[in-house]
Design a protein around this ligand. Structure first.
Ligand code: ZN
Length: 208
């Protein structure tokens, strides 16, 4: 089974600390609630949550991301977010400071921020039909790169360097059932791009 969101594979050095600033968190919660209502973020029947989003802390490579196992919550507060300050996908480890440990997809988010300084927000959702539709139509990670692993981060870097990922701003994780990532220069850009694809399920203009 490829749905393995609930399993934290990386070494997370979690420093318990204050919640991130409210004005940074509020736009994330607004978008997150919208996506939750559409079922793009949520929880499977087995209780495992899916979907996460983050935004870059201005002028840094740090980012604020939803905490682990928050997918099933109807709404979030600042207590459900954490600040990721260091990350190293080669060594499969990261440091975060906040009231909760970071989402297990954080290394993937980090790879996107590191590969393009223009990226300010990253959204990861699940949707089977969209995933099937977009696989190999938009930039797609290799099937053997599993969710939340160094191989997945490496795939993101490869797509950034070789393909049209920076133009497309969307990718399919073919080794992670239903997994899709969008990003942008703002949260709204990333969110609206996702909604565009979601609302036009039948159309995908081939990018790869
Ligand atoms: Zn996922």
């Amino acid at each position: 089974m490829l749905v393995d969101e609930g399993y934290t594979k990386y070494n997370c050095h979690w420093l318990e600390g204050a919640a991130p600033p409210d004005d940074y968190v509020r736009p994330l919660t607004q978008w997150r609630n919208r996506l939750y209502k559409l079922g793009l973020i949520g929880e499977y029947e087995n209780g495992i949550g899916f979907g996460n989003l983050s935004r870059r802390l201005e002028q840094t490579d740090h980012f604020i991301i939803t905490g682990t196992q928050t997918g099933g919550l109807p709404t979030l507060t600042e207590q459900n977010y954490t600040l990721v300050t260091t990350y190293d996908w080669q060594q499969n480890k990261l440091t975060c400071i906040g009231p909760v440990a970071a989402s297990s997809e954080s290394l993937t988010h980090g790879a996107i921020y590191k590969s393009n300084q223009q990226v300010k927000a990253v959204i990861h959702v699940h949707h089977l039909e969209l995933w099937e539709k977009l696989t190999n139509c938009v930039p797609t990670t290799a099937a053997d790169a599993a969710y939340g692993t160094p191989e997945m981060a490496q795939e993101i870097i490869r797509l950034s360097q070789e393909g049209d990922l920076q133009k497309a701003k969307i990718l399919v994780m073919s080794g992670h059932l239903e997994g899709i990532i969008v990003f942008g220069a703002s949260l709204a850009e990333a969110g609206n791009l996702l909604l565009e694809y979601y609302q036009n399920l039948t159309n995908c203009q081939k990018m790869v």
